[in-house]
Design a binder for this molecule. Structure first.
Ligand code: ANZ
Ligand code: ZN
Length: 806
């Protein structure tokens, strides 16, 4: 007799796997169908948390199962290793971000290995290494060439006291997160990726993603925000100018009583030039500096505005409308100008009430037009078309669609990111770094002062260079690339991670994409997934891949909660995965986290649940330990009794259920539940007098195989224990036996007055009449009935008979 020594078992198998290269795979092997199983890669903070354990355990089960099903499985892992925390650690602890990052990666790799995850570490990538970011730079240059990257002026948050650019997240209620100064806006030239180039494709192709959660697709759809409406042009009175607005409600034009411009718009400036309103505009713009873009889009925003001295004429009513500027109109959406319809738009109504502007309702409760001249009485949907038609006739309007999606500002005034491979020359202007000079390496002689526009500017050796075109002294771009770009194409690099000639080989990527199963947190439902989709479309356009979508099947896993709230440092309710592993082993940690809830649901951490899973693994171990000799023996099934057939049916139906659960439905928790049932049945069956050892042998093998993807260390150990050679993960996933599933007898329950009094057997396919007769003949049931009167007998086919007596 031996006991479940998880520590010894886990160390042993991790060593074996490492030495035998168990998880190494060849991406060029096309003899088997491919399966790409991918989990979102982590930021190397230094410690794995329960969210990682959950994410990676789910992926690991799927990867192991698919391999046993006969696929060539690509299951890689790496590091999203550029980012702000490394830079903050550098400032705080005086350690170089590279050093901090690399030692964190080493620690986390060890921790992941302790979980027994089946990664092929030969495919590992870290986005902060020159081997990776060289290609990020090349991609940037190709995008620039193709017109998918461009530069334009934009406003950034600027803290006048820290003298630094702040990200939106670092601005809290208009104040600098670090020093509480009022944040200012500063105009800087910034790089953009033209995300809007593929707005329509990004929207349309959502329909192809039928294995994505609906809620994620909806979030993306809303983010892209396609709307249907019209551009309407208004003449400015007493001036040779026109203003075009974008409206989704041309049907309300008779109710438009004022016009509102984004204060930053060019036209606002032109209208006030040389008038007393110039000052009004300037002051108003200044007052806006303290609020972020996000706040400006919020419906909660207190509406503020100023009249700027001019009017336009409404093309259909002929009435004059005053022109205002206001904080709720954004410069870069639509045309940056709005026709104010306070009768039907909430924001306009707030604004009109505050500033006492005219309110004219134009649609009644029945959705019919009123106060709208020739359109009165018409249904509003019909009026929408008719009014657009009329405006088109007048040369004053045009049907248009619009997207909420904006181009992507990718410049970051940070050190720990990928340098933008651009040189500025006084004579030649913007000059791309020639490809043979890539990568542009991050300099190491940077001072982390926390001040200035960009830390790279403190390195003279980096900043000063010569122009690749004319050779004259020139300056390098000192901003770095948004880290979201690093993670927008990493899944392609994994496929060909050692390639030193190009970012990846097109044929290989064409073979391996799309990722068959992508797994990660729902917090990435919009940005990361949208950017990755955009990159795939951009690469497709450049001829780098034939694919247009990167991820076929998406699973967004739920959070790990503690007493119903998120585990977080600030709440001090973190359960450390490493402590659980130390106390119970990785297999228990994995099993608990997979068993406690379906993958896509939130999961409540429970010490009791962990304890329960640990006990279960002990129970499995004891069973195998006791019956090891049977599993090893060479025996045949022979004649089968009813009990034998039932046991076999349980074994094979469990196999069928687990196979189904793992194939399609992510029923990882239900698969584990059926394994638990099977174990219970084997415990019962082994106690009967005339048990058939061949039936036991078959059941035990099934147990070990089913257990293995979930608890891989124990799986391997038990596989060895029952005398098998080689890794359990190298065998083919067993097919269940259809015939064994067919039971020749069923069991049903007999109730007397609603209480269960007996269980009886009947042949499969028994009629309701026969069920009733069998129930009434049962000795136990007869005792209960005694000499009472039978009022009614009800049978539910295959399940139960209820006898009502009086
Ligand atoms: C008149 C109107 C009447 C409007 C009405 C709405 C309701 P979506 O649907 O999100 O695309 N709008 C247009 N450009 C804007 C800008 N730059 N900043 C702020 N608001 C802007 O929104 C389109 C609607 O938002 C447009 O239709 C416009 O107001 C406003 F009963 O025009 B509407
Ligand atoms: Zn030059």
């Amino acid at each position: 007799m031996s006991t479940y020594n998880f520590k010894q078992i886990e160390e042993k198998w991790q060593k074996v796997w490492k030495e035998s290269g168990q998880y190494k795979m060849d991406v060029k092997d096309t003899s088997k169908p491919k399966y790409y199983c991918l989990e979102m890669f982590p930021y190397p903070s230094g410690k794995i948390h329960m969210g990682h354990v959950r994410n990676y355990s789910i992926g690991d089960v799927i990867a192991r199962f698919k391999k046993m099903e006969g696929y060539n499985v690509l299951h890689p892992m790496g590091w999203d290793s550029f980012g702000l925390p490394a830079e903050n650690a550098a400032i705080k602890n005086n350690i170089h971000p590279h050093k901090w990052t690399m030692s964190n990666i080493d620690e986390m790799r060890d921790q992941l290995s302790m979980l027994g995850l089946s990664y092929d570490w030969d495919k590992e990538i870290a986005t902060s290494t020159p081997e990776y970011y060289k290609w990020t730079q090349k991609i940037f240059l190709k995008f620039l060439e193709a017109g998918l990257a461009y530069k334009k002026n934009s406003y950034v948050n600027w803290c006048p006291s820290c003298e630094t650019v702040l990200a939106n997240e670092q601005v809290v209620q208009g104040e600098c997160e670090r020093c509480n100064s009022i944040v200012d806006k500063k105009e800087l030239e910034q790089w953009y990726f033209k995300t809007t180039e593929f707005s329509e494709e990004l929207l349309q192709d959502l329909d192809k993603l039928d294995e994505w959660p609906e809620k994620v697709k909806l979030m993306q759809k809303n983010w892209i925000g396609k709307s249907y409406g019209a551009n309407v042009t208004f003449k400015v009175d007493d001036m040779d100018k026109e203003i075009t607005v974008y409206t989704t409600r041309p049907d309300t034009i008779y109710g438009s009583t004022f016009m509102v411009l984004a204060p930053e718009s060019k036209i606002a400036r032109e209208l006030v030039q040389g008038t007393e309103y110039e000052e009004v505009l300037d002051e108003f713009l200044k007052s806006l500096h303290a609020i972020t873009e996000v706040e400006r889009e919020s419906t909660e925003l207190e509406k503020e505005g100023r009249f700027i001295g001019r009017t336009v004429t409404n093309p259909l009513t002929g009435k004059k409308m005053p022109i205002w500027i206001a904080n709720y109109v954004l410069a870069d959406y639509g045309t940056g100008a709005v026709m104010g319809v306070p009768g039907h738009d909430e924001r306009d109504e707030d604004f009109a009430s505050k500033y006492e502007l005219e309110i004219v309702p134009v649609i009644d409760e029945d959705d019919n037009m009123i106060n709208s001249g020739e359109f009165d009485g018409m249904n509003k949907d019909k009026a929408f078309d008719s009014i657009v038609e009329k405006l088109e006739e007048l040369g004053r309007g045009k049907k248009t669609t619009n997207y909420r999606l904006r181009d992507w500002l990718i410049s970051r005034q940070r050190y720990w990111g990928c340098p933008i491979p651009i040189i500025y020359c006084d004579d030649c202007g913007i000059v791309p770094v020639p490809e043979e000079n890539l990568p542009v390496l991050l300099p190491t002689d940077v001072k982390f002062t926390g001040k200035g526009e960009s830390p790279l500017a403190t390195s003279e050796s980096f900043k000063e260079c010569s122009c690749p075109k004319c050779g004259k002294p020139a300056r390098r771009e000192v901003d770095t690339i948004d880290t979201f770009i690093d993670s927008s194409w990493y899944f392609m690099r994994y496929i060909d991670s050692q390639n030193t000639e190009e970012a990846f080989d097109t044929d290989l990527v064409d073979h391996w994409l799309p990722v068959d199963q992508y797994i990660g947190g729902v917090e990435h439902a919009i940005l990361h997934l949208l950017y990755s989709r955009w990159f795939t479309k951009a690469f497709n356009k450049l001829g780098w891949t034939k694919h247009t979508e990167p991820f076929k099947n998406l699973l967004t896993q739920g959070m790990v909660l503690m007493d119903g709230t998120k585990m977080s440092k600030s709440k001090g309710n973190i359960v450390s995965p490493m402590e659980i592993i130390k106390e119970y082993g990785a297999d228990t940690a994995r099993l608990f986290i997979l068993f406690a809830a379906p993958p896509e649901r939130d999961l409540d951490w429970s010490d009791k649940g962990v304890e329960g899973c640990f006990k279960f693994l002990n129970r499995v171990y004891r069973l195998l330990d006791e019956l090891e000799y049977i599993a090893k023996s060479d025996i045949k099934l022979g004649e089968l009794t009813k009990e034998d057939r039932d046991m076999r049916a349980k074994t094979h139906s469990t196999l069928k259920k687990v196979t189904d659960d793992l194939s399609s439905k992510f029923g990882l928790n239900t698969a584990i539940a059926s394994l638990m049932e099977l174990i219970n049945d084997i415990y019962k069956y082994k106690e009967i007098d005339n048990r058939n050892d061949a039936v036991i042998k078959e059941a035990l093998e099934a147990v070990v195989i089913i257990l293995s993807p979930f608890a891989p260390h124990l799986g391997e150990e038990l596989w060895e224990k029952i005398g098998k050679e080689g890794s359990v993960f190298d065998i083919a996933w067993p097919k269940y036996d259809e015939e064994a599933l067919v039971l020749d007898e069923i069991e049903f329950v007999v109730q007397v007055n609603g209480k269960v009094r007996s269980k009886v057997l009947a042949p499969t396919g028994v009629t309701q009449e026969d069920m009733k007769n069998i129930a009434l003949e049962d000795e136990k049931v007869k005792d209960f009935i005694g000499d009472k009167n039978i009022v009614k007998v009800i049978a539910i086919p295959g399940k139960l008979v209820n006898i009502v007596i009086k």
